[in-house]
Ligand binder design. Structure first.
Ligand code: ADP
Ligand code: MG
Ligand code: MG
Length: 906
């Protein structure tokens, strides 16, 4: 029989696939002998079965019964017993943490009878009714699908009637009445009374947790985080412990280091006399761990000891939930904590210095995405700024945008291209869409562990939370600070590194990490404060280790000397792709027009003649900037009509000229050319090598310009290492034909200029046929460069410009992709073509140099794939070079064979 249920004593932290993260870590803490309330975990497999079949597997019921009986024996109480009830929580927990995305129900087992038993045993009337009203509200919302506002409203009415502002001020009698009101809501909304039978409550709650895997917001979250939709969630059934048993009880969340900055030292929020989510929901202001140590030194020092234990055990920052029940500490959850980019780098190097991890491991603890985030600009402190308020620095970054007060407005304005700051009193999982759309999130309530802070950090959004001076009125769409009123649409700026909130726009300047990358360590350390200094050194150490470890070279895609120089400062080891089409734009466009309109070979030769010196000049600049490093120049790729004016514009121009009695001859000739060159599928038309073969002299001119530029650099004492790359080759014959011409030109220039020119000629692999016949193509090619953008387009039959906007959202939603194949290489499809080409190419020419120059060259998951298939280098935009360096290092130390892991279509 399939085993669907594991007791906490049976699992370990390595079983996240089966037990989910929460369940695996509860088991681990149990194994460590930490005070975890006993319980059991229903596996993700059970959830997958349920989601596939639509019914709870019969064996599951039986196994839950058995596990429940064992639990009851162990704690000596029975679920929902009227005298002395065992109560449990029913908690979701998937493999990857999805904070606040799925459901948890507390106090399962309470009913009209057992609430009195609870009252009697605890001697606390208020506590018993408080627990019951929480059950009805949570169960009503998550299991019965009732709008949570109805319960919140009933609570508001009660508070107003009693003239109190906080839930803790309601008495036991008040709460008993509130339970009645809540039960009426349930009856009214579902037509049935609140389910009284404890086992029925348990079964319904388990099913509801399964179902919560597929809520709209959970799907949205997974799409963003690239979590596959078919993993399912585990369900943890855990004996309740109570933080709402009076002032010597409470509940809290803590981190073993500051997850926002990475500063050493514990960090946490504690709320006395509270249960569950109260502490993160911002209903009352929280206390710090230092406050807790004053109120309850024994529990606090026990908690500190547990935190140290967990951190040395997990060898990483831990994020912990705990509850204190009448002076007794209970551990409810731990996981390796999410953190900001800065914290990731600082903590990783701290742990190296504390000898908990090696430098290789440190490299695996940071990501290229995090490095990219640290390169974002920051606010200029010397600019004129109007400080509105200061909150907590919850997630770093500098965000400016129009203030909006709800998710819908955020989405709408964002869609219209306007950056927005989502301003809320506090956020809930329902705000997710708005948070995604917003450039930054600002809340007036809640601590660094509040929903807004945790989710914003997770997705790298700038966030300031708990800015209490701001009075947010979502209904009126205003925020007030003293006499200043911010209306919807007013521009605000938030600094997630300092917690400052400004009115109006604030200019930005380069970040210290960006400056370090361009100017070196000393330039930054001179003026950095302690935190910045530690961060920059941490980045430097990790990146240097990546450079020392990686096998992949990193080049940049750059078309100008300026870009190449910048890329070189950022660590590029050459140019992997110089696109020459950019050199034909601007005022040079007329020269191309002349070439296209040439009606004789003499006219064509003249047009080409005029282009040669310009091209040569461009190449000289580029080769100078990259002196001593390889520069791969791609011959012209796009179809010619891209250099001509728009067809409709031209037609109008011709018509207008005729109307005015002017002579439109020139435009008419152009229009005729445009019409002649028009293609229905330009992407698959006359471009690349095809153009080179059909339009005499074009490639020859480019090759001559390259060779002459190299010759000139040599004469100036430089060391040019230029390579010529032919685009869109599908057959080795095409390449042979081009090479016949190019090799001759290179030899001729070398002889004329009296220099030795060693200019390899290679090809792009960007058509499936090229990949499939790579063994032949390698006969005529000195190197391969995978053009994975076009290879993806042609392998899938996608025209990128058309499909991305048209239906990728639907494909992502339906799970055809977990990520766009243009963003992360589709490993099993397009990647298969890459593998074939690598193998066949090397079979023909063992020393064949191979790289990639598509945008995937700067994508972390794809870099890992390129490392595995044995390419020599990746090439990406200059700005992504440090990212690729880091990821290439990470790929080299990774022991994970499926490094591209979750990504890509299946
Ligand atoms: P999430 O995945 O959103 O963190 P949890 O399953 O951890 O949800 O539970 C929600 C809240 O309820 C948390 O604050 C947690 O600490 C609390 N909680 C869960 N189980 C228990 C329990 N057995 N006793 C007391 N509090 C609990
Ligand atoms: Mg939790
Ligand atoms: Mg291409």
């Amino acid at each position: 029989m399939q085993k669907y249920v594991y007791e906490f004593t049976e699992g370990s932290k390595d079983e996240k696939d089966l037990l989910g993260g929460k369940g695996a870590n509860l088991a681990e803490m149990t194994r460590l002998g930490l005070p975890v309330p006993p319980g059991f975990t229903v596996t993700t497999e059970a959830c997958r079965r349920y989601l596939a079949d639509g019914v709870v597997p019969a064996e599951l019921r039986v196994q839950v019964t058995r596990a429940l009986r064992a639990l009851e024996d162990r704690v000596g109480r029975q679920l929902g017993d009227p005298e002395d009830p065992l109560l449990v929580s029913v908690r979701s927990g998937a493999k990857f943490s999805m904070p606040g995305m799925m459901e948890t129900v507390l106090n399962v087992g309470l009913n009209d009878a057992s609430v009195r038993g609870l009252e009697a045993v605890s001697g606390d009337e208020r506590f018993a009714w408080d627990s019951y009203r929480r059950l009805i509200a949570m169960f009503g919302k998550t299991v019965l699908g009732i709008d949570g506002e109805l319960f919140a409203d009933a609570m508001e009415v009660m508070k107003q009637e009693r003239g109190v502002t906080q839930d803790v001020d309601l008495t036991g009698g008040d709460l008993e009445e509130l339970v009645d009101a809540y039960k009426k809501v349930v009856k009214q909304e579902t037509g049935r009374p609140f389910p009284q039978h404890p086992r029925e409550q348990l079964d319904l709650a388990i099913k509801a947790v399964f179902d919560s895997w597929n809520t709209e917001r959970a799907r949205l979250y997974r799409r963003r985080e690239r979590i596959p939709h078919d993993l399912g969630t585990a369900v943890n059934v855990c004996t309740m412990v109570f933080g709402n048993l009076g002032p010597d009880s409470g509940t809290g969340v803590c981190f073993t280091r500051d997850p926002a900055t990475g500063k050493q030292g514990v960090y946490g929020d504690y709320l006395p006399n509270a249960q569950g989510e109260d502490v993160v929901a911002g209903i009352r202001n929280t206390l710090t761990l230092a406050d807790l140590a004053e109120r309850d030194p024994a529990s606090a020092s026990q908690l500190y000891a547990v935190m140290r234990r967990l951190e040395t055990h997990y060898r990483d920052l831990c994020d912990i939930e705990f509850t204190i029940e009448r002076g007794k500490l209970w551990m409810l959850q731990t996981r390796v904590g999410k953190r900001t980019a800065a914290a990731a780098f600082r903590i990783a190097t701290q742990l190296v210095d504390e000898q908990l991890i090696t430098l290789d491991e440190a490299l695996q603890r940071v990501t290229g995405e995090q490095l990219a985030r640290l390169m974002f600009p920051q606010f200029d402190r010397s600019a004129d700024r109007t400080l509105l308020a200061t909150g907590l620095a919850a997630s770093p970054g500098a965000a400016v945008g129009a203030a909006v007060f709800d998710s819908a407005a955020a989405v709408a304005r964002h869609a219209a291209g306007e950056p927005v700051i989502l301003v809320r009193r506090e956020t809930t999982p329902d705000d997710l869409e708005g948070m995604i759309a917003a450039s930054g999130v600002l809340t007036s309530r809640g601590g660094k562990t509040s929903h807004a802070a945790v989710v914003a950090r997770g997705m790298g959004r700038t966030c300031v939370c708990g800015a209490e001076a701001i009075d947010v009125d979502a209904a009126a769409r205003t925020a007030r600070v003293r006499d200043v009123v911010v209306n919807e649409g007013d521009v605000v700026a938030i600094d997630g590194s300092t917690g400052e909130v400004f009115l109006g726009d604030v200019p930005v300047i380069p970040s210290p990490v960006a400056r370090y990358l361009e100017e070196g360590l000393d330039a930054v350390l001179d003026q950095a404060d302690e935190d910045t200094g530690e961060l920059v050194v941490a980045v430097h150490r990790t990146l240097s280790h990546a450079d020392a470890t990686r096998r992949l070279g990193v080049r940049a895609n750059a078309d100008t000397g300026e870009d190449a120089a910048r890329a070189r400062r950022l660590g590029a080891q050459g140019v992997g792709l110089c696109r020459t089409e950019h050199m034909f734009l601007g005022d040079r466009r007329v020269l191309i027009e002349r070439l296209i309109l040439a009606d004789s070979s003499a006219a064509r030769a003249a047009a080409l003649e005029a282009l040669t010196p310009l091209q040569r000049g461009d190449f000289i600049e580029l080769l100078e900037a990259m002196d001593g490093l390889p520069v791969t120049v791609r011959l012209l790729d796009p179809p010619l009509h891209e250099f001509l004016p728009d067809r409709t514009d031209l037609a109008v121009r011709v018509a207008v000229a005729r109307e005015r009695g002017e002579d439109p001859a020139a435009d008419e000739a152009l229009l005729a050319a445009v019409e002649r060159l028009h293609e229905s599928n330009p992407m698959l038309g006359l471009r690349g090598v095809r153009l080179g073969l059909v339009l005499p002299g074009l490639f020859a001119m480019q090759v001559r310009a390259v060779a002459e530029a190299a010759a000139e650099r040599i004469k100036e004492g430089g060391r040019p290492e230029v390579e010529i790359m032919v685009p869109l080759v599908g057959s080795v014959m095409e390449l042979h034909l081009i090479r016949d011409e190019t090799d001759g030109i290179i030899a001729e220039v070398a002889e004329r200029e009296d220099v030795t020119l060693d200019i390899p000629v290679g090809t792009m692999i960007e058509l499936p046929r090229a990949a499939l016949t790579a063994g032949r193509i390698a006969e005529a090619s000195d190197f391969f460069s995978f053009g994975t953008n076009d290879l993806t387009q042609t392998a899938w039959g996608f025209s990128r410009d058309d499909v991305e906007a048209a239906f990728f959202a639907a494909y992502l939603d339906k799970g055809v992709f977990t990520v766009s194949p243009f963003e992360t290489l589709d490993e099993i499809g397009v990647g298969r073509l890459v593998r074939i080409a690598v193998e066949e190419g090397r079979r023909t020419r063992p020393q064949l140099k191979m790289g990639v120059c598509g945008e995937h060259g700067g994508d972390p998951d794809s870099v890992h794939f390129f490392h595995q298939v044995g390419l020599d280098y990746v090439s990406c935009s200059p700005f992504r070079v440090p990212v690729a360096r880091l990821e290439a290092g990470r790929a080299a130390v990774s022991r994970d064979d499926t490094a591209a892991g979750l990504a890509g279509p299946r």
